[in-house]
Design a protein around this ligand. Structure first.
Ligand code: ADP
Ligand code: MG
Length: 238
């Protein structure tokens, strides 16, 4: 079943077109990874799916519903950012609860969901701290927790691990894989890390200057890259 459908999606900033008609069907429960060079349009595409950026043309459907004009809060998705985007003046618990409070979720449900997400991410012991009192990896867990408590049907990640050191990146990559196996939520994940792409993805999309260069399972792209451009990103020796 299709969870997110992109049809002829286009984006221009003023007279500069940066996304040139993208067609992708993202399956329910799929882990889709977007890769491509800096400036190719990965964040723009993700932000359009999230509703943080206006779509210039084409149709975007989430769960079978046309959402082009829907604000982010009315889309059944949650986004995790590279810079965490936590509220510095709030505790970890308040950061995780905030979005649900804004939606008018009742306090009992909020407490239950925060407790469950904190357990999944092993941040129970940090709930009273402020973001400044946490390490980079712990902050990223809180950012993920804030997305999980919303129980969205899809998660969007924009280079979530690129601010972490190498060892922590490996740890968090395994954490994200575990999380996906547990929640089975549709995931769109942007990275420039080849190992992340190869190990996490059901399918990889290689973007080149706002167009899909190739889309397929990691091994297929590795063994049969459609172009030298794809080979460079997937790291096969051709
Ligand atoms: P990526 O995430 O792949 O590095 P982006 O989606 O951030 O790429 O950017 C794609 C293109 O759109 C780039 O040329 C970038 O300069 C341009 N761009 C991104 N955001 C804006 C904006 N708010 N205004 C104008 N141009 C933008
Ligand atoms: Mg980006």
């Amino acid at each position: 079943m299709t969870a997110i459908s992109l049809r002829e999606i286009r984006k221009s900033y003023g007279s500069l077109q940066v996304i040139h008609g993208i067609d992708i069907n993202i399956e329910s429960g799929e882990f889709l990874v977007l890769v491509g060079p800096s400036g190719c349009g990965k964040s723009t595409l993700l932000r359009m799916i999230a509703g943080l950026e206006e779509i210039s043309g084409g149709r975007l459907e989430i769960g079978g519903q046309l959402v082009n004009a829907l604000p982010p809060s009315q889309r059944d998705i949650a986004m995790v950012f590279q810079d965490y985007a936590l509220y510095p003046h709030m505790s970890v618990l308040e950061n995780m609860a905030f979005g649900l409070k804004m939606r008018g979720t009742d306090e009992v449900t909020i407490q239950a969901r925060v407790a469950q997400a904190a357990e999944i991410l092993q941040i129970q012991q940090f709930l009273d701290r402020r973001p400044a009192q946490l390490s980079g990896g712990q902050r990223q867990r809180v950012a993920m927790g804030r997305a999980i408590v919303r129980e969205p049907s899809a998660f969007l990640f924009d280079e979530p691990l690129s601010n972490l050191d190498a060892a922590l990146r490996v740890e968090m990559r395994l954490e994200i894989a575990k999380l996906h196996n547990r929640m089975k939520a549709t995931t769109v994940y942007v990275t420039h890390d080849q190992v992340e792409a190869m190990t996490l993805a059901d399918r990889i999309v290689v973007l080149n200057a706002g167009r899909v260069e190739q889309i397929g399972p990691p091994l297929e792209l590795y063994r049969r890259p459609a172009s030298l451009f794809v080979a460079r990103f997937i790291g096969s020796p051709t």
